[in-house]
Design a protein around this ligand. Structure first.
Ligand SMILES: Cc1ncc(COP(=O)(O)O)c(C=O)c1O
Length: 405
């Protein structure tokens, strides 16, 4: 508790802790008291990091690669990152057009911290990843949240973007495939947003491509600076190894963008964390330059799970779920449960009530949609094996079926 004797930074004092981590803590507490909780709350793949990546890390340790690296990352890894952007995204970039950070999260935070001043605005389409508005808040700026409902497939429309841009707008944050909805922007949709942005040269674009490879139905991935190269000089295209190679714990993210921005981020990082873990950088190098079949294999698994989850969720009374095009999340409306009472007697007035009751009465953990800026929804991460997912869906079905109106 802040008693006033321990004054906090005013921006931190107003920021909210991550709702996903809060739910993970609740799950841990419930498990500690003996409950068998199926957790669909964590945003990480359930697979092991590929064997050749793990071997590269062990080799790096034994070869003595255990010292500080350059702040912006080892040259070899930055070469690999640049090659990835050239080959997969069609960017004309070299190693010194890239930066490596301790996770995608640090890329985003440092980009915002390096550029935002008090009173600046950042456009954050909702549903959003929980960290965006809080990071903006920590930097002393203001998140302008633009609600994108199910009618637009949870995606920002050109009109909504045009309406949100003002004289203080510094950034637009785009995330496709999206956490929490799995929505994927098409080339045409990005081109239409780019058209609006071209008329506002003061607006920077942060393209969060962390779920790039988790895209289904044979669709192609597009990123805005590739769709509209005239935006490349003011776009930070961010990515990382966390989701693509099941490497969330290794903490390696990277980006490409204009040199002035990368240099500012490097300056900040040099006074903060310095270079990312040398061992993790060697592992990331192996991930980016080694065999890539892991990506196709895990994508196929997630796509199969998505189909099963959407079918089972839509068979659950009170829930309805559109088909997400990517990532590993289903964002299901729980509107049909609001106003109802659970078997244990809890009145469900918000989506947070639904998520808490699901945990306490059905031992299934999900995150409420309002934490991502749009309710009443629940976000379901389907990063568990089929049996656990089926068991969770059946428990949710029983829970929902037992509510009374
Ligand atoms: C949309 C989005 N962006 C960025 C990140 C950050 O990833 P990491 O810091 O693990 O690289 C996450 C992780 O959950 C995410 O969901």
């Amino acid at each position: 508790m802040n008693t006033g004797l321990q004054p906090l930074n005013k921006h931190l004092a107003q920021a909210r802790p991550s709702a996903t981590y809060r739910m993970m803590d609740r799950v841990a507490a419930r498990r500690a008291s003996g409950a068998k909780v199926i957790s669909l709350s964590a945003g990480e793949p359930d697979f092991d990091t590929p064997a050749h990546v793990r071997a590269a890390a062990i080799e790096a340790i034994n070869a003595g690669h255990t010292r500080y690296t350059q702040v912006a990352g080892m040259r070899a890894l930055r070469e690999a990152v640049a090659a990835k952007y050239r080959n997969e995204n069609g960017f004309d970039v070299r190693w010194d057009d890239t930066i490596v950070c301790s996770g995608g999260k640090q890329v985003i935070y440092n980009a915002l911290a390096a550029t935002l001043n008090e009173g600046d605005e950042v456009i954050v389409p909702a549903p959003y990843w929980v960290s965006y508005p809080e990071m903006v808040q920590l930097c002393g700026a203001r998140a302008v949240v633009v609600t994108c409902g199910s009618d637009s497939g949870f995606k920002l429309t050109p009109q909504a973007l045009a309406d949100a841009i003002g004289p203080r707008t510094r950034w637009l944050i785009l995330n496709s495939p999206s956490n929490p909805t799995g929505a994927v922007y098409s080339r045409e949709e990005l081109a239409a947003l780019a058209e609006v942005l071209l008329a506002h040269p003061q607006v920077l674009v942060l393209s969060d491509d962390i779920y790039e490879h988790l895209i289904f139905d044979g669709a192609r991935f597009h990123t805005i600076a590739q769709v509209e190269p005239r935006l490349a000089s003011r776009t930070l295209t961010m990515n990382g190894v966390s989701k693509a190679y099941a490497m969330t714990g290794w903490r390696i993210g990277y980006a490409t963008g204009p040199r002035w921005l990368l240099e500012a981020m490097e300056k900040l990082q040099g006074q903060q964390t310095s270079g990312a873990s040398s061992i993790s950088q060697h592992a990331a190098l192996a991930a980016l330059t080694g065999p890539q079949q892991f990506i196709a294999e895990t994508r196929a698994v997630f796509e199969r799970r998505r189909d099963m989850m959407v079918r089972m969720l839509n068979e659950t009374p009170g829930l309805s779920c559109a088909v997400p095009g990517g990532a590993f999340y289903a964002f299901a409306s729980c509107k049909g449960l609001i106003g109802r009472t659970t078997a244990a007697g809890t009145l469900l007035t918000t989506d947070e009530d639904v998520a808490l009751a699901l945990l306490e009465e059905a031992d299934v953990a999900v995150v409420h949609g309002s934490a991502f800026g749009v309710g009443p929804y629940i976000r379901i991460a389907y990063a568990l094996d089929d049996d656990a997912l089926k068991a969770a869906c059946l428990a949710m079905r029983d829970f929902c079926g037992a509510t009374r109106g």
